[in-house]
Design a protein. Structure first.
Length: 429
């Protein structure tokens, strides 16, 4: 049974470092090799490659775009082929860190509010049009009637019409000239810690620096205009501003990286599309209401004949219309990344101190190999670890190289885990 005294002594024991020089070239080679690797990591990677001698400033900025070009397209919903320019195709004209370029358009012209047949809701005796319910395009009125072409049935609705026809996005309706349109991408950034600004505006248009071709941007993203134009795509544009402001560093310039974010093999809701409408008013000539010529309580006036001009006048009535557009296209999403760097003694000293602390790993690993792996591990273990109990007084005189002489109390104990034999050397020479 462990006594309280033994338990107290065990808990309050003190461990100190014992320096043992092991003259074994293998252990020395392992130790200094590990130290060399740590030195290469700290100096080569942390300090120089990873800019461990520089402080870091976050970067903030904005991106603005201008697109130019025109295209000839036979757009479904239009009676003839039309020329479309960038003003028609860039919707909306300005976005926050994004750009949408239309490549495929379907139009439904001159819609107005009224009663229409919604052929997108196939109704029959098993699927009736319930008055008060809603379809995609309006409020059901109840009757199920034939469509405008007499071949399709649909619900009579109250809403905008004529209802949009079912279009199929195919390469045949794509505006192919959009591939050659150019986009001026203007990016300006600010490094607040150093009060430094940078941009890619320059004094002229430079290809792949501030001027990009739509088709080339898609190729850099790993796709092509033919694969993305029919049903649309989402492209990430990462603009990296990693800049060093030390005198010996190169000029601060952006690096553009493109990637396609949507899955081109997806079957449902593929690509990118949306709808928008342009609203306007048109005047319609309608007959003016006949004036009321009958005076109350005046039988003589009521029986008088109406003037010839009554009902012959006309008036103008303003009716609200809209042109509905369903557009497929390429959406570019811009993201600014990076940071600013400049020499500073604080991170340099911090990394040097961390590197010096890592040198301890070399000693720990070498000790583990010597004490637990090497064939002479028992001797190395005995030389490194010693347990001493009792009061110790060192006697006068000199100590031999491998001897320690102690004058102990009445317990007279100096124990090591394994004492070396007289005819064996503790450490190899």
């Amino acid at each position: 049974m462990v006594s309280c005294k033994d338990l107290t002594v065990s808990m309050l024991s003190y461990s100190t470092v014992k320096v043992v020089q092991i003259k074994d070239w293998r252990l020395g080679l392992i130790h200094y090799s590990i130290m060399g690797l740590i030195f290469i990591y700290v100096v080569g990677y942390v300090i120089f490659f990873d800019s461990g001698y520089q402080s870091q400033s976050p970067v903030v900025g904005y991106t603005a775009t201008k697109v130019k070009g025109s295209a000839l397209g036979d757009v479904p919903g239009e009676e003839t082929a039309l020329v479309w320019d960038s003003v028609d195709m860039i919707v909306p004209p300005i976005e926050n860190s994004a750009l949408f370029v239309s490549t495929n358009i379907f139009t439904t012209k001159k819609q107005s509010r009224g009663t229409w047949v919604d052929t997108s809701y196939a109704c029959d005796s098993n699927n009736p049009c319930t008055a008060g319910n809603f379809t995609e395009w309006g409020l059901m009125l109840g009757p199920c009637v034939n469509g405008t072409d007499g071949s399709e049935s649909g619900c009579l609705i109250q809403g905008w019409g004529p209802v949009e026809a079912e279009f199929s996005a195919t390469p045949a309706s794509v505006l192919n000239e959009v591939e050659n349109w150019t986009a001026f991408i203007r990016c300006s950034v600010y490094f607040s810690m150093y009060d430094k600004r940078a941009d890619n505006i320059g004094t002229e248009l430079v290809p792949n620096y501030n001027l990009f071709v739509i088709g080339d941007m898609l190729k850099d993203a790993g796709t092509s205009f033919e694969d993305a134009a029919a049903e649309g795509a989402i492209i990430s544009v990462s603009i990296d501003w990693t800049c060093s402001f030390d005198p010996w560093s190169r000029a601060c310039e952006p690096e553009f990286t493109f990637a396609r974010l949507d899955d081109p093999s997806q079957k449902f809701s593929k690509g990118f599309n949306f709808r928008y409408a342009n609203y306007y008013y048109l005047s319609k000539i309608v007959p003016a209401p006949a004036p009321n010529t009958t005076a109350p309580n005046d039988t003589a006036t009521a029986s008088a004949p109406a003037p010839d001009h009554v009902g012959a006048d006309f008036t103008l009535e303003s009716i609200e219309y809209r042109d509905l557009f369903k557009v497929y296209g390429i959406r570019f999403v811009f993201q600014i990344t990076g940071a600013g760097y400049r020499f500073s003694v604080v991170p340099l000293f911090v990394n040097i101190g961390s590197g010096l602390g890592l040198l301890v790993i070399a000693t720990v690993i070498t000790d583990v190999i010597a004490v637990y792996i090497f064939p002479q591990k028992r001797k190395y273990h005995d030389a490194k670890f010693m347990e001493i109990t009792g009061s110790i007084q060192r006697t006068s005189g000199s100590l031999e190289d491998d001897e320690a002489v102690y004058d102990l109390d009445d317990t007279n104990q100096v124990s090591s885990m394994h004492a070396p034999d007289e005819d064996s050397h503790l450490l190899p020479q």
